[in-house]
Design a protein around this ligand. Sequence first.
Ligand code: B3K
Ligand code: ZN
Length: 877
Amino acid sequence: PTLIRLNDYRAPAWRVAQVELAFDLGIDTTEVTSRLRLLRDPDQHEPLRLDGEGLELLSITLDGEALPESAWRYADHVLEVDGANDGSVLETRVRVQPAANTALEGLYLSGKRESGFLLTQCEAQGFRHITFFPDRPDVLASYTVTLRADRDRFPVLLAGGNPDGHGDLENGRHWARFVDPHPRPSYLFALVAGRLQKIEQDYVTSSGRAVKLVIWAEPDAIGHCHYAMDALERSMRWDEQAYGREYDLDVFHVVATHDFNMGAMENKGLNIFNAKYLLADPDSSTDDEYRAVEAVVAHEYFHNWSGNRVTCRDWFQLSLKEGLTVFREQQFSADMNSPSLKRIEDVALLRRAQFPEDAGPLAHPVRPAQYSEINNFYTATVYEKGSELVRMVAGHLGRAGFRRGMDLYFSRHDGHAATLEDFLRALGDANAIDLMPYLAWYSQSGTPRLTARGHYDAAQRTYTLTLSQHTPPTAAQPQKQPLPIPVKLALFDRAGRMLPLHLAGDATSTPAATTERVVVLDRAEQAFVFHQVDAAPVPSLLRGFSAPVILECDYAPGELALLLRHDVDGFNRWEAGQQLAARAFDNLRDGAGTSALDAWCDALAALFGETTLDPALLADLLTPPGEIELSERERLVDPSRVHALRLQLQERLARRIGGDTLLQRYEALASHTNRDLDALSQARRRLKRRVLDLLALVDADRAQKLATLQYDNAPSMTDRLAALAVLARGNAPQAGAALVHFRQRYADSPLAMDKWFSVQTQLPGDIVLARVRELEADSAFTLKNPNRVNALFGAWARNNPDGFHRPDGSGYRLLAERLAELDALNPQVAARLATAFNGWQRLEPTRHAVARAAIDALAGRPGLSRNLTEIVQSMLH
Ligand code: B3K
Ligand code: ZN
């Protein structure tokens, strides 16, 4: 397959000034008429070439004249047309087949043919499945879209932009038109047509523009859209206050669908959401899902500026909109909830999803240099690491400086397609700082290792901190260069107090010394000397996770325990606890010493008794790094052993706290029976879940009885699912009845049923495979629905490493077989699921051999999609 390279970028030879689209909508066939007013780059002399995939061309005219067959060619997904000039108008009419579209890209049907609705997904290259167009993000055009359809079957007709009239047609048909005043790339096109219901809200922007907010869903789901509406209003207000950005159309439509390849899509004026990230109600959504709805609603809304008004020049710049928008969404969520809990969640995700990606065969820079299939690059690296890069730069500039930079970025590039260089230049120009050194972070893959060594000189009263960096080679990049690494730090004395910092080289006029500051390591190694230090301090490094690196520092366990007990910042405490837990894990694995294990258990047992601690933070403190993260520390990975050791680690903690203490705490927490969403209620549920999990490790019987009670009396899905998880994971005698009850009670709620599938994939290692096979035979399972596929196969392969990595290779073979079937239906979803094989190269020899055989067999199948081929081939290299 051909590789697209960043270095080959050329400005388009042909642009489009105006697009007029007319759709005659039908479930089986839809006809699309397109009129493009073309602009030619006078310096380029290529013939007009338009992208188009799977289109049945019905007619084609140029400047009003029907074109003879000799004047155009349509082959290999390109339509080439002779005789076009600057200002020419090309009109094409094509036919597409929505109901037959199982890839869910372009125009497709959501739901059943009798009751479902039509919708589109264009990013990255779906528009070429709808009509002929130069389908690249640097071609910005003005859109007028007319939809025509049967009124009974499609009472609601929506497209992006402002409404511009509607009316009746003959034969029970009707029409609606939408005009978008803002030029935009084709990937932001969207339409929706069908029987949908709505909720509405009036909104006035801070400068006084009246906007109608409308959320659309199928009749049974419309009652679950109120939380999303509330989150949308808060997002809009927040972007006005934090970034001075207002909404820019008269209407903002949001639509929920159960059939969607990813989370949601920021189409201009017509966001489309996977129902999982839009619908929320206490009976079928967990607290975590409420927060995910809030975050994704905000994320898609924020794209209106970071992505839509200023878009990407090419897909290599994807992180320009995604990394930036994730960062903005993280800031928003931090403001709406607890900043330290949000930071914990984000760093945990980075370590669970991005670090392994960056250390394995799929490693790629935040700005990749090449790709075969762009849809494979909507990754944790582009999104989450991309956000960390923005965070580093924002930290460098400070709050006011970053805002100044963002203002300049938006005003300089409004209505245009930009690059990452443009972004850094605007931020730098607004602050008279050269930020270009940060560009290296965008082109270098792999996670840097930051090593810290401290030396205290009692005679001089100095503390010298030597920092060094090293990035191990990655798949396609053997050589690495040093990067600018901002290290936020503090020094603690042995009583747990922060010390004033006097850094050598700082201006003597520095006002009262601060206790926390940032030093930037921008070469391989550098020493920082602190003066007036009375005794050997304990350094707290990389505070707030100030750079996406792996810190290696040979702390004594007692020093980490001190930070865990005394740091004032919740995130830093958690971080010290995570490092200590990882060392405790090493203790158990190596059987040599228990000093870290003891320190970790003692510190947490002491914190467990502190009543002033936020219960949610305590829950997070009581959670050691996950199995994937712990596996990253192993040279050869035996997932079953990692699983067993991590259980043992938690069991030791539970014993140290004590079964009775856990029980008492559980009972105290269980006495609050409500389903309120305020922070304290959510925090109590979170801690209750964690305490019950720990109790299950020391007194399984007791915990399962409590879980059964909790399941039966649960006022909310959060409590219900937590209880069900304890029963299912422990393969408890009561699990069967609870699962039958759940299956029946939630049969009509797809989002709850997804949880029913997922929770059963967490059975212990040897028995889960049979369950996965039973579940895929269940009448509620289908390979055609991405959420269902991820709920079963994704949850099993990603969240139950012990249950997926069976030593006989049965897990690998099952996944590989299903991937091949899925690929024929939906290549995007298949390719993403295939990344669950990431890390296979580091498996111990037995599993390594059977994993290789399964991946080889998959790679050898004929007819795999470009999507899956690229992932599988990278895996094998
Ligand atoms: N921009 C979309 C993702 C599109 C994925 C295409 N395969 C959602 C988002 O990041 O907001
Ligand atoms: Zn996004």
